[in-house]
Design a protein around this ligand. Structure first.
Ligand code: NAD
Length: 348
């Protein structure tokens, strides 16, 4: 639990068992959460991920780092043992290109969530945070390009993103029923497109902000001033900077908000506007080629933040320009490091 101090920075206050478990800690948000917890004085952390340690984006020696496949029940038991708090962020996920082509794999994350909830219950965990997604929302409400603001109730009647979104919706409900039937204190946030440094930026799982920054950097460094954009470029989305995501996780986790709640920026932009920004940071203008056959997802989506403002008197507020510029600079450095043959993307 993080309790805000007078500087608004917050100090870590131990739950009664002390140990905090972060799953998916080798990935973007999980790795950043471990770093944030450490920075705030949490000194009993178990970080868990399927990936071998050398492939984690961020890792630290003063944390218990475990490489475990959490699809397996026995590994979830190892992960949950002794924990007071679990942040369950492990999942098979990626951008549209990944989730449209890997629906079965995305749905198999239900094994992680089922076994982690069972293990948390067995070990008497005091708080269980689950990372859901805006992909749970009904597709019919996202047909217009005018960035419809999705309220929490718009997840029903259910018509989630095929594969990934249905798994998230199901696992949200499992969290609810473990809370209601077994008394496991669960909290659920629906993340809307998170971006920032220390995230996936190449390889096929990257999401739009990182993919666009990388493509602009490639065009700049190669001198071939052209970019392929997936879809017509007029699809709308909102993008939340990682610092806002981490703050929101803390606030929701420590709150009495029992139902799934949006955690996203409400600053909607078109994909073309995202490209405009990346071009501006690079100081170039590119010839845009639109690939209308590439995976592109729903036409429009934005986060309705009425509920989070009401409960927390706060909403994600980092302007896209500011967050994206930091992300662009970070990807640029990673890109150059990779070109030189350095490992790049790992923070120790
Ligand atoms: P990420 O892919 O960077 O991290 C997920 C991590 O989970 C990976 O490191 C992966 O190796 C690990 N993992 C996958 N299967 C595993 C298994 N069987 N056992 C153990 N570890 C396993 O993704 P992220 O962006 O950090 O996302 C974290 C969570 O937030 C996920 O649940 C994701 O669905 C959710 N989410 C993210 C976004 C976003 O925009 N990044 C949006 C909505 C929801």
């Amino acid at each position: 639990m993080i309790v805000a101090d007078k500087d608004g920075q917050g100090d870590y206050v131990k739950n009664s068992k002390g140990l905090v478990v972060v799953t998916g800690a080798g990935g973007f948000i999980g790795g950043s959460l471990v770093a944030a917890l450490r920075a705030r004085g949490c000194n009993s952390i178990r970080a868990v991920d399927l990936k071998p340690l050398e492939a984690w984006y961020q890792k630290s020696a003063d944390v218990e780092n475990l490489c475990l496949d959490l699809n397996l029940k026995e590994n979830c038991e190892i992960a949950a043992k002794g924990a007071g708090q679990i942040y369950n962020l492990a999942a098979n996920m990626g951008g549209m290109g990944f989730i449209e082509n890997n629906k079965a794999l995305c749905m198999l994350s239900v094994l992680i969530n089922t076994h982690m909830l069972q293990a948390a219950r067995k070990h008497g965990v005091e708080r269980f945070f689950y990372a859901s997604s805006a992909c749970v929302y009904n597709a019919d409400k996202q047909k217009t390009f005018e960035a419809p603001r999705l309220k929490e109730q718009d997840a029903y009647p259910a018509m989630a993103e095929d594969g990934y979104g249905w798994e998230k919706l199901f696992s949200e409900r499992m969290c609810r029923h473990f809370r209601e039937d077994y008394g496991l204190p669960t909290r659920v946030a629906r993340f809307h497109n998170v971006y920032g440094p220390w995230g996936t930026w190449f390889g096929g799982r990257e999401k739009a902000p990182a993919a666009i920054c990388r493509k602009v950097i490639e065009a700049k460094t190669s001198g071939k001033h052209e970019i392929e954009i997936w879809g017509s470029g007029v699809q709308t989305r909102s993008f939340m900077f990682i610092d806002d995501c981490l703050k929101g996780i803390d606030l929701i986790n420590d709150s009495e908000i029992l139902e799934p709640i949006n955690l996203g920026s409400s600053e909607a932009v078109t994909i073309n506007q995202l490209v405009d920004l990346a071009e501006e940071f690079a100081g170039i203008k590119l010839n845009r080629k639109y690939n209308l056959h590439a995976p592109k997802g729903v036409n429009g989506r934005n986060s309705d933040n009425t509920l989070i403002r009401k409960y927390l008197n706060w909403e994600p507020d980092t302007p896209l320009r500011r967050g994206l510029e930091k992300t662009y600079r970070w990807i640029y450095d990673q890109y150059l490091a990779r070109e030189r043959g350095d490992a790049g993307v790992v923070r120790e």
